[in-house]
Write a protein that binds this ligand. Structure first.
Ligand code: NAD
Length: 479
């Protein structure tokens, strides 16, 4: 394998506070998951730096709120263009800190820029309603003030750009904190915003989990938009309750895909495989449980196993690599714990996972696990790694019950040529999004978010934008 790392300097990462680069006194090392070795120092914000960022965002708020929506839209479009122009540098940093193959990092960056442009084209009208006597009421939607955004390590740029788009387009100002595992590309986003947004509108700080907790406790932050695990989401909500902050929580999933017997297993296997193993299985809305009707179970498992064996696992800078490492040592340990349980399960059959993987770094070969116990962790929990449980079923009503018997409710899918039946089954899934014959994907024009413990609120579309705004009712009557 040839690993050629682009020559990008990994020194001088700065936070963005009040339109200026801020080099913190404290720092910590960022690890390349393909080697397990630190490669850069990341600034670590102090509480005082958070206070300065929030104060700057608060000062910038009235003018940004009152700016014409066209001004905010134009600034976001200029920012998206700047991100696109910086794709080479940003993607190299993203692959280095996150591990994903370089072409996937490029794809994440260009999609993030395009989604920013499209979200900020959505019209945000005032509504006029009538009361029961026919008198008019205007419902305006107004920004909340300073928003705090907290993001995870799996898709750092697309998630950060989405939060920037929502918060800034609606007229809020922002303090953004990336995951401590993948802070560097997001810090670069902050620097790209200098000169495009007025000082204080976009602030980007880095630091450990504690910085996130300080944000949820901060009296001047009006809303937290959080993407991450269910466990942390609950802490965020509990802490935000102290100051009654609004919260949007985009949390984990344990998505089921249900495959009916009329499909051609060889034809759909690549799409199911991609839906499960995208980003080494580290996507909230990836397929995490595959339920397959008995007549196509064996051929589909065989085809998925074949695809798993074809994957080239390795350093994301090697152009032949199609799957990078899992992102960090803790996640690597969790995936191995789940796999160890599977290997002890007498009824589970482990398929794939046979290729050579580099000895160093957090690499896991992709595995398809046929018929694990319904109660095993690989079925009941969100593993967030390249392990796909495949379960056989005979009865469609029973399988819907199984798909729904989870605390998660992010998304799910049904695969069949019988679209009427598929639509009925999709409607019976307890999820925020049910797809028919596709899985994974989000669009700025379509609301996305979870039911049950997968989250609160929605992002994308007018509905998602309104989660960053407060309704304000104005009623005017003659004297
Ligand atoms: P995580 O919950 O461990 O961390 C997420 C962020 O929260 C990080 O920035 C972290 O520093 C911060 N944080 C940690 N403790 C905090 C606290 N007490 N208060 C405030 N902030 C705190 O999640 P992760 O492991 O980085 O990400 C993986 C999870 O994210 C998976 O469960 C995945 O499904 C989920 N996810 C969901 C979506 C979605 O849209 N629903 C998208 C991507 C990822």
């Amino acid at each position: 394998m040839t690993v050629v790392r682009p020559s990008v300097s990994h020194s001088g990462y700065a936070q963005t506070i009040d339109g200026a680069a801020v080099f913190s006194e404290a720092s910590y090392p960022v690890i390349n998951p393909a080697t397990g070795v630190p490669f850069a120092d990341c600034p670590s914000a102090s509480k005082e730096e958070l206070d300065r960022a929030v104060a700057a965002a608060s000062r910038a708020f009235p003018a940004w709120r009152d700016a014409d929506v066209q001004v905010r839209r134009a600034a976001l479009h200029r920012f998206a263009d700047a991100v696109d122009a910086e794709q080479d540098g940003l993607s190299a940093v993203l692959t280095m800190e996150q591990g994903k193959p370089l072409n996937r990092a490029r794809d994440e960056i260009s999609r993030a820029a395009e989604q920013m442009r499209r979200l900020s084209l959505i019209d945000m009208p005032t509504e006029t309603l009538q009361d029961s006597a026919g008198r008019p009421f205007d419902v305006q939607y107004r920004p909340m003030g300073v928003v705090g955004a907290i993001t995870p390590w799996n898709m750092p740029i697309i998630l950060a750009m989405s939060k920037i788009s929502h918060a800034l387009y609606t007229g809020n100002t922002l303090v953004l904190k990336p995951s401590p595992y993948t802070p560097l590309a997001t810090l670069r986003l902050g620097q790209l915003g200098i000169g495009i947004f007025p000082p204080g509108v976009l602030n980007v700080l880095a630091g450990p989990d504690e910085l996130g907790r300080w944000m949820t406790e901060h009296a001047t932050i009006s809303k937290i938009t959080f993407t991450g695990s269910v466990r942390t989401g609950k802490k965020v909500m509990a802490s935000a309750a102290e100051t009654l902050k609004r919260v949007t929580l985009e949390l984990g999933g344990n998505d089921a895909a249900i495959v009916l017997k009329d499909v051609d297993p060889v034809a759909i296997a690549p799409r199911l495989f991609a839906g499960a193993f995208v980003n080494s299985g580290q996507v909230c809305m990836a397929i995490k449980r595959l339920y397959v009707e008995a007549p196509v179970f064996e051929p589909l498992c065989a085809e998925l196993a074949r695809l798993a064996k074809e994957v080239t696992v390795g350093d994301g800078f090697d152009p032949e690599v199609t799957m990078g490492p899992v992102q960090n040592a803790m996640q690597y340990r969790i995936v191995h714990e789940v796999l160890d349980e599977v290997l002890r399960d007498p009824q589970a059959q482990v398929l794939g996972g046979t290729q050579q993987i580099p000895a160093q770094g957090y690499f896991v070969a992709p595995r398809v696990i046929a018929q694990p116990a319904q109660t095993s962790r690989v079925v009941t929990e969100e593993t967030f790694g390249p392990l796909l449980p495949v379960l056989k079923f005979d009865d469609v009503d029973e399988v819907i019950e199984k798909a729904n018997s989870t605390r998660y409710g992010l998304s799910g899918s049904v695969w069949t040529g019988d679209l009427a039946r598929a639509t009925d089954l999709a409607q019976r899934m307890d999820v925020g999004t049910a797809w028919v014959n596709h899985h994974v994907g989000s669009d700025p024009c379509v609301p996305f978010g979870g039911t049950k413990e997968s989250g609160i609120g929605r992002e994308n579309s007018l509905l998602g934008l309104r989660h960053y705004m407060e309704p304000h009712v104005v009623s005017v009557r003659p004297l």
